[in-house]
Design a protein around this ligand. Structure first.
Ligand SMILES: Nc1ncnc2c1ncn2[C@@H]1O[C@H](COP(=O)(O)OP(=O)(O)OP(=O)(O)O)[C@@H](O)[C@H]1O
Ligand SMILES: [Mg+2]
Length: 257
């Protein structure tokens, strides 16, 4: 089967310093893949390389077998790949609903002329966009907050809105950069359930960067471990947990937490 997402020998250097070298991984349709590794291992850089924010220096990225390397982030998004960010990237002054609608930006068809003349097509698209945003807010359990300014929400609520924004265009693949960061332990089960529902009910393939090892071990089908910009282990959560190279990279602490 063609992998939904394939990363082939990707390398990326910042001013001559390699942040990623020879990173390869393939993710099957409907898989939840965890990405773990110590601080500075290159996890966020890998996401940036996949979604086109910082194109790889070497190697290829494919979606459903099609080469997307070097395409702009919006072109890659239009091919069905969305992401969330490690730190909140919502517009604090816009409402929750408006923030989610921005996730449809590359998916709406109305052109510049439609905008200039406030055409009927534009108004219809706006209505449809708001309806889609409300449905996805319902899905993540945030429908009651639609009219609030995003900046007024708690940190955990903002993370849910970011996930809604990533989902609103019905992407095939979503990359999540530490969705559980800053959440209290009793919220972890909610995130766990939400990630499974995103896969099971919406058919989304997930790439999950996470420092909360308990969550990533629970929810992932398989895990790729990065350290110093290279893949040091890959396999089922149980196999990875016992891998000596992984234990060394974490100094034998975090993986058992
Ligand atoms: N824009 C940049 N310019 C220069 N160096 C960068 C840039 N972005 C990342 N790096 C470097 O690349 C390496 C990998 O960073 P990255 O943010 O991908 O790590 P990470 O695994 O996501 O870490 P964390 O767990 O702390 O989020 C680090 O050494 C970092 O300093
Ligand atoms: Mg990071």
């Amino acid at each position: 089967m063609t992998p939904r997402l394939a990363v082939e020998k990707v390398g990326l250097a910042f001013g001559g310093v390699a942040a990623l070298s020879g990173v390869s991984l393939t993710v099957a349709p409907g898989e939840i893949r965890g990405i773990i590794g110590p601080n500075g291992a290159g996890k966020t850089t890998l996401l940036n390389a996949i979604c086109g924010i910082v194109p790889p220096t070497t190697g290829r990225v494919r979606l459903d077998g099609k080469d997307v390397t070097g395409l702009s982030p919006s072109a890659i998004a239009a091919r069905g790949l969305r992401r969330t960010f490690q730190t909140s990237a919502l517009f604090p002054g816009l409402t929750v609903l408006e923030n989610v609608v921005t996730g449809l930006h590359t998916a709406t068809r109305a052109g510049l002329l439609d905008c200039a003349f406030g055409s009927r097509r534009l108004r219809e698209e706006e209505r449809e966009a708001a309806a889609r945003a409300r449905r996805v807010l319902e899905f993540v359990g945030m429908a009651g907050f639609a009219e609030r300014p995003a900046g007024a929400l708690s940190f955990g609520q903002q993370r849910l809105v970011e996930i809604a924004r990533a989902l609103v265009s019905d992407p095939a693949v979503v990359l999540l950069d530490e969705p559980a960061v800053g959440l209290s332990l009793n919220r972890l089960a909610d995130i766990d359930r939400l990630l499974r529902r995103i896969r099971d009910e919406r058919g989304v393939t997930l790439l999950l960067i996470e420092h909360v090892i308990r969550l990533v071990m629970e929810v992932s089908d398989s895990i790729t471990v990065l350290s110093s910009g290279t893949v040091i282990a890959e396999g089922t959560p149980d196999a990875v947990r016992q891998d000596p190279a992984v234990i060394t990279a974490y100094l034998g602490t975090a993986v058992h937490a």
